[in-house]
Ligand binder design. Sequence first.
Ligand code: URA
Length: 273
Amino acid sequence: MNLAADPRAVESLLAFWADAGVEASYADDPIDRLAEGAAMLRVRKEPPAPVAVAAVATPAFGRGPDLGAAVVEAQALAAACADLPALAAAIAAFDGCPLKTQGARQAVVSRGPADAPLMIIGEAPGADEDLQGAPFVGRAGQLLDRMLKAAGVLDRAFVTNTVFWRPPGNRTPTPQEQAVCAPFLERAIQLVQPKMLLLIGGASAKSMLKRDEGILSLRGRWFEWTSSDGQTELPALPTLHPAFLLRQPAAKKKAWADMLMLSERLDRPDRPH
Ligand code: URA
């Protein structure tokens, strides 16, 4: 039998050996792998030529386009919105956020009851949200909904994001992009008047709370969110992003503990928290 010419014969021979309990194959003579390695080291006498590395500018907070005028425009537009449909229309018509011209199909604003006692603020729309025009509708959103439902708060949640357009390649939104969208988000908070905020993921928690710590240190603790005019304060709970939970299922335990803290406060607002 010519094994090289007939792959099915090789397959059948391997299956036969496997059935017979053959798990390793050995050559007729021993091979000195240590001597082989030493010989290879002798051949590599010359140090490898240095590889040129291009200097990479690290983006820092405050860099990037000057979006001050766009923030002022967003503030004026948002203040003029009397209700959520007007706010959604104003966001869709707003051209001041650079994300709008970086490949996003449409503005993704919110879903959920307009008088919800809980407002959930994610980071940014992803591919599914960009297609469907609603926040948290992809795999991560479905996991979030299952957790909210299990905690008994899904029907009481208004869901939105720190920015309203999908960042290219699903990158994290920059602080500048978040700052331009913030007046609209704040107006949404004024209109809905939730009793508390759930901040999903590090980019949301850092932007809303103006803090630098990572989400693993922020999550599971109540903070006070303060509006830009200092007039409104709301309890805010940072938690892990469901996209992270899909990659790290062991972290679901922590996220579930956060959900219980949230539902406890929503159901029993008079107890100390
Ligand atoms: N991730 C978010 O932060 N927001 C969404 O709307 C979807 C995924």
